[in-house]
Design a protein around this ligand. Structure first.
Ligand code: SF4
Length: 348
């Protein structure tokens, strides 16, 4: 589908109340992480004005010739529309784009997060809850000018930020669209919403362009990553990517209304029976990034995709127990993390 067929969702009164409550919580912390909205300038504007963005676009495009955009290093020529693991050729495929009210309060605010869902993925999560988007193809190929138009439409609709979902395999394509969107008036904070299987080269190319990094740190153990994500090197790649992200933008800062402006927001989906991975990830975040890292511990795991059809993954074919989520929260607390996303368990 293209930009014309974006879905729209409305905010009911109960959700509005929750959003207001969450915004207030996110803005708290004694003002330590609050910066004035009036002083905010999206990172990419400076890079555009200095000419650095044009250089970054040229360098990123080169990575497509023998594709090394992500850690898979497939080596296919995407200029020729050849595809690798991510099943994406020359142009980004957009599955949907709309103001999203299901994201964290600090992103959705009152008008929603301007979400662009890219089709395809460089991971192969056997439990993927969006596998129709990530694995089954679909979406609409958009050339840079059309992708820029989608970005500008989301801004026009009043979204608080531009939220690029699963962008790891289309970083060059996003960069190609960005100058066109800036010339059209784009001024929203840019959110890089990633599964964290990113190459360092990609993260470096985004330095000075992205305002908010939102990596989903999935698993710590290599064997589990090979089995459930189809990427044994995932934990190491994710650690390196998160360190680079944190060096670039630091911990999450919000405006006076609690809306995210800059920094890292880490997500972690708590998985059935994998609490050791959760513990290791949370401990690493506190020790290697900062105890002030903003973390969304997610409790909404449900069996999906191969977990429901292949008996070899039977151990994941059940919901998360409430006791497991409580244990995850205890791990966060024991690690010293305290900026946890404020929504109640089960409210998402
Ligand atoms: S972006 Fe796609 S084609 Fe390129 S290395 Fe990664 S999975 Fe392979």
């Amino acid at each position: 589908m293209g930009e014309e067929s974006a879905r729209h969702m409305s905010l009911n009164p109960q959700t509005q109340h929750k959003a207001r409550r969450g915004l207030a919580r996110a803005a708290s912390a004694g003002g330590r992480f609050v910066r004035a909205r009036r002083d905010f300038v999206p990172a990419y504007l400076k890079a555009y004005e200095s000419g650095q963005l044009a250089q970054k676009v040229a360098a990123a495009r080169e990575c497509l010739a023998a594709c090394r955009v992500c850690p898979r290093d497939c080596g296919v020529n995407r200029w020729d529309n050849k595809t690798g693991v991510c099943r994406t050729g020359r142009y980004a495929r957009v599955y949907s784009a709309f103001p999203h009210f299901g994201e964290e309060d600090c992103l959705r605010g009152r008008n929603g997060s301007g979400t662009i869902f890219f089709a395809g993925c460089n991971l192969g999560c056997v439990f993927c809850q969006n596998y129709e988007i990530s694995q089954l193809g679909g979406g609409c190929e958009l050339e840079p000018s059309r992708l820029a138009a989608v970005m500008l439409r989301l801004q026009k609709e009043g979204c608080h930020n531009l939220n690029l979902v699963t962008p790891e395999h289309v970083v060059p394509q996003v960069l190609e669209a960005l100058p066109l969107a800036i010339e059209g008036g784009l001024r929203l904070p840019l959110v890089y919403n990633t599964g964290a299987y990113d190459s360092l080269e990609s993260i470096h190319s985004l330095d000075g362009l992205v305002d908010i990094y939102m990596p989903d740190f999935k698993l710590w153990d290599e064997q589990a990553s090979a089995r459930y994500l189809r990427a044994r090197d995932y934990p190491e790649a994710a650690r390196l990517a998160l360190l680079a992200m944190h060096r670039q933008v630091g911990v999450l800062q919000v405006d006076e209304d609690g809306l995210a402006l800059r920094g890292v927001l880490v997500r972690h989906l708590v998985m059935p029976g994998l609490l050791e991975d959760t513990r290791s990830i949370l401990s690493w975040l506190a020790n290697e990034l900062s105890p002030d890292t903003y973390v969304n511990l997610m409790d909404q795991y449900r069996p999906a995709h191969k977990v429901t059809t292949e008996v070899q993954f039977a151990e994941l074919n059940r919901p998360l127990w409430r006791s497991e989520f409580r244990q995850a929260m205890e791990h966060a607390s024991a690690a010293g993390l305290w900026r946890l996303d404020a929504r109640e368990p089960g409210s998402r």
